[in-house]
Design a protein around this ligand. Structure first.
Ligand SMILES: Nc1ncnc2c1ncn2[C@@H]1O[C@H](COP(=O)(O)OP(=O)(O)OP(=O)(O)O)[C@@H](O)[C@H]1O
Ligand SMILES: [Mg+2]
Length: 290
């Protein structure tokens, strides 16, 4: 069953499939955040306006919305690459004041260092943290195995396909054992088949690692397939206008047949509903969805 709500961003999330102890885990909270980018004219771009949002352990939150509605701005706030003009971001009870190992980021383009091989890319952050070579290698092997790249440890990154490079980016983000994975259109540059298999891999890794995930996509189908919670954002000013709790990921775990899940009448009906919301926003905001 799909439980859907509109304009209720603080609705309770589905319990994590891995059964994580939510009492001991941390929530990532955006409390009434506004971001206004300065402009030469002085009026500023209201990229986000009074957005409040709580990410719970085990959530797989997917953000959808027309181009320019503030999705990346929101992710940058959660990562603390950016400070809000007003409002606060907290992780657990602590204010988030800078990028940290507790939040792993995966970008649309993998952002690997081309002069380092696969394992050195994956362990780069660990080295900066002062972790010794043996331990680094052990951690890297664990996550490279998890993303199915155990046979490519010593390869150069240019020897890998786009999907494999993206998997290296994912392994790198996982090495610091972050509480939250923040992913900005991580599958956007992949071909359709690779993208489909990466979606399945992501769900499996999410279930195994119990990470909270914040994931941005322009694909409604991808959003529906992956999300425990789907948020739809609207432009000018950027805000969360709709939120849905979904269970299509669970249906995939039950049957392991993604095509079956995505062709189910419930899935198609939900896809049409979300598309009509987004297209309504586009007409209103004068934006085209990318
Ligand atoms: N550094 C910046 N300076 C000024 N304006 C910015 C800056 N970054 C983003 N913006 C503006 O803020 C708004 C939100 O941008 P953002 O990149 O967050 O949107 P988005 O939803 O991620 O879009 P897309 O789907 O195209 O990636 C847009 O109007 C954009 O032009
Ligand atoms: Mg963006």
């Amino acid at each position: 069953m799909i439980d859907q709500t509109e304009n209720t961003p603080d609705q309770k999330a589905a319990p994590p499939p891995g059964g994580m102890d939510s009492a001991t885990a941390s929530e990532l909270i955006a409390d009434d955040v506004t971001v206004i980018y300065p402009t030469r004219g002085g009026e500023g771009v209201h990229a986000l306006q009074n957005v409040s949002f709580t990410m719970k352990p085990g959530d797989f939150v997917v953000a959808l919305g027309a181009s320019g509605c503030g999705k990346t701005t929101f992710l940058n706030l959660l990562a603390c690459f950016l400070e809000p003009t007003s409002g606060h971001v907290t992780l657990g009870d602590e204010p988030v004041t800078g990028p940290g190992a507790d939040r792993g980021v995966v970008f649309q383009k993998h952002a690997l260092l081309p002069w380092l091989n696969v394992v050195k890319n994956v362990t780069f952050g660990l080295k900066l943290q002062g972790i010794g070579a043996t331990k680094r290698r052990e951690i890297a092997n664990k996550y490279l195995k998890l993303v199915g790249l155990e046979d490519f440890v010593n390869h150069s990154t240019y020897e890998l396909s786009g999907g494999m490079q993206q998997r290296v980016g994912l392994a790198r983000a996982l090495t610091s054992d972050p509480k939250v994975l923040l992913m900005d259109e991580p599958l956007g540059a992949l071909d359709a088949l690779t993208r489909d298999s990466m979606q399945e891999l992501l769900l499996d890794i999410w279930r195994e690692t119990h990470k909270a995930v914040f994931f941005i996509t322009h694909s409604v189908e991808e959003a529906l397939f992956l999300a425990t919670r789907l948020i739809v954002m609207s432009p000018r000013p950027g805000r969360i206008t709709h939120e849905f709790e979904l269970d299509f990921y669970q249906r995939f775990f039950d049957c392991r047949d993604a095509r079956k899940v995505k062709s189910d009448p419930d899935f198609i009906a939900m896809r049409e509903k979300i598309l009509s919301i987004i297209h309504g926003d586009e007409v209103e905001g004068g934006q085209l969805n990318g």
